[in-house]
Design a protein around this ligand. Structure first.
Ligand code: FPP
Length: 247
């Protein structure tokens, strides 16, 4: 039985979040510049997206540029942003052909006008696509997300459109950048690092975490199937005990 056949279609997560890590180390191992790793990461993005859409996953959210990534050398940041613009253009047809809607979370304005416009154009072109939502987290961090939510909660409370007494977790969720999506049931991080790195902090509260040693540019559909098979073997208890889940 192939790995794909071992994935139970009845027990799929609706939302997979991915920390694409290891591009730089992959390139270094080959004696190349870090950007060579990012360029080769694009193929892995395509593989993960395609495999998810084919299986019927509804949401995939990729950590493509964190708020902390600005600390990298300017040349790497500029080249990453250029690569993003180029990729958004070159992948648009594939997104349309597969009915995938492109979405972003994070403060994309700061990525520069050219990148911001390219993203908005692609988001607009794909907005009617229904099969899957591909979200790129760009200039994003989990704490930033909570911070902007809290600010807007405070504005609305001050203005009178939100009663502080009614603020609960469902209300807070509506103010997060991920308001329209279910929380990810599965987080995948590549490259052998075991950290959340300020990703989707609120949303990952109950997610299953899967770490694999593969560097992101080597990530293929089979790696996604493996992550899903592992996820499906776990028991998600949400604070209950095993016997309660099995009832
Ligand atoms: C992490 O590897 C990767 C990134 C910060 C960028 C990811 C970008 C891409 C895969 C390219 C284009 C993406 C899209 C969505 C079009 P790292 O640089 O942190 O690697 P290291 O940990 O080995 O240094």
């Amino acid at each position: 039985m192939s790995l794909k056949q071992q994935v139970d279609p009845e027990k799929l997560p609706r939302h997979i979040a991915i920390i694409m890590d290891g591009n730089g180390r992959w390139a270094k191992k080959k004696g190349k510049l870090r950007i060579f790793g990012h360029e080769n990461g694009v193929k892995a993005v395509r593989e993960a997206t395609e495999a998810s859409a084919e299986l019927g996953i509804n949401y995939v959210t990729l950590y493509a540029f964190s708020s902390e990534n600005w600390r990298r050398p300017k040349r790497e940041v500029d080249t990453l942003i250029d690569l993003l613009i180029k990729t958004v253009h070159s992948e648009l047809k594939t997104l349309m052909d597969n009915s995938i809607r492109l979405n972003t979370i994070g403060d994309t304005r700061q990525l520069g006008e050219k990148c911001y416009n390219a993203l908005n154009l692609a988001k607009d072109e794909t907005k009617e696509n229904k099969r899957m939502v591909l979200t790129l987290a760009l200039n994003y961090s989990g704490r930033w997300d909570i911070e902007q939510a809290m600010r807007n909660v405070a504005y609305d409370a001050r203005e009178g459109s939100l009663d502080p007494e009614t603020i609960d977790q469902d209300v807070i969720k509506q103010y997060l950048t991920t308001a329209e999506m279910p929380d990810p049931e599965l987080l995948i991080r590549t490259s052998g690092e075991h950290r959340l790195s300020n990703y989707l902090l609120w949303q990952l509260a109950y997610s299953e975490l899967y770490f694999c040693p593969t560097f992101w540019p080597d990530f293929r559909k089979e790696h996604l199937y493996q992550a899903l098979i592992n996820y499906q073997s776990r028991e998600r208890r949400f604070g209950q005990i095993s016997e309660q889940i099995k009832k």
